[in-house]
Design a protein. Sequence first.
Length: 335
Amino acid sequence: MTLPILDVRRRGAEFLDRPVHTLLNPPESTGLGFWSLNPYVGCEFGCAYCYARFAHDFGMQRAVAKGVLPAETRDRLASVTHSWEAFERVIFVKRDLEAALVRDLRRVARRKDGPQTIAIGTATDPYQPAERRFRLTQRALEILADLPQLPRLRISLVTKSPLVTRDTELLCRLAGRHALAVHLSLITVNPRVIRLMEPRSPLPHARLRAVRRLADAGVPVGIFCAPVLPGITDDVQSLRDLLRAARDAGARFAPACSLRVYGGARAPLLHALERSLPEVAARYRRRYDRAREAPEAYRKALSRRMRHLRAEADLRPAAWDDEAPVGDAQLVLWG
C-alpha cells in the first residue's frame, strides 16, 4: 500500500501521509539530553545549510525500500535537477500524531531522571506553510498544555515562521503550565543574505514582528542565531545589528552556534554560494572538505564575540538561567 498523497502545491511541494507509532525521540537517541518532536519530515523552506536533509534522506530510503512511495511522487522526483531538492519537494506529514504523542508523553511522565525537556522543530520547521492546513504543531501543543498528570516540562520551540503567532493564546496557556521558550530562528537582518541562503523562508522583518507580538503577549521569546556563517554573517556589525534588532523586538535570549556542514547539506550550500559568492564557496569547499565544522580557534573567537555583543544588547545566552552554556555539540540537532 502506497502512502496517500494529501496535497501537491503549485510550486512543486508534495505532501504524503506518514503513519507513526511513536513521535518523540528520547534523549538516548539524540545524545543531547532532550526529547525531540517533529510533526513533519522535510521542510518547504529548503534552507541551503540545513543539516536535516540527512533525516529526510533516511525517510525517503525507507519509503522506497518498503515500496510505499507513490508512482506520481517518483515521477515528479525524476524531473528535479538535484537529488537534494527532495527535502523541500516531498514532505512527510505525521497526520495521526495524537495517539502516538499521548503514549510517548506517558513515557516521559514516568522518567525519574530530573526535569524533562522537549525540543520542537529539531529537524523540520514546525510552522512551515503546511502547518496552515494540517495544524499538527497546534495539536501537539494542545496535548502538551492539556494532558492530565503530565509533570512540568521544559519545552523549546524553534521556527522561522511568523505563523507561530497564530497560536499565541495557546503558547501563553502552555507557558502557564510548563517552562516554555520560543525561538525565532534568524541568521541576519540582511534580506539579500536570507534570500540567498533561505530562498523560501520569511524575511527578517516578518520574523522580528512575530517576536514583538509574542513578547507583547507575555510569551518567553528570543531568537536563535544559527548557523553563524563564516565570512558572511559573522562580522561584528552584522551580529550587532541582529542582536539589537532582536532586543528592540522584545527578545529575551539569543543562543547561537557556528556552521556545521553535514553530507546532505554540502551540495545545496555550495550550490547557493557558487551562484553569488564564488570566493566564499571556494573557501567553504576547502574547509568543509576536511571537516564538518569550523576550526576550534574560530569557534572560541565567535563565542567570545557573541558573549560581548549579547551583553551589549542585554540578551541572555539561553532561555533558562540554569541552562548550561550553549555550544556547538549541544546544537547539532537544531539546524
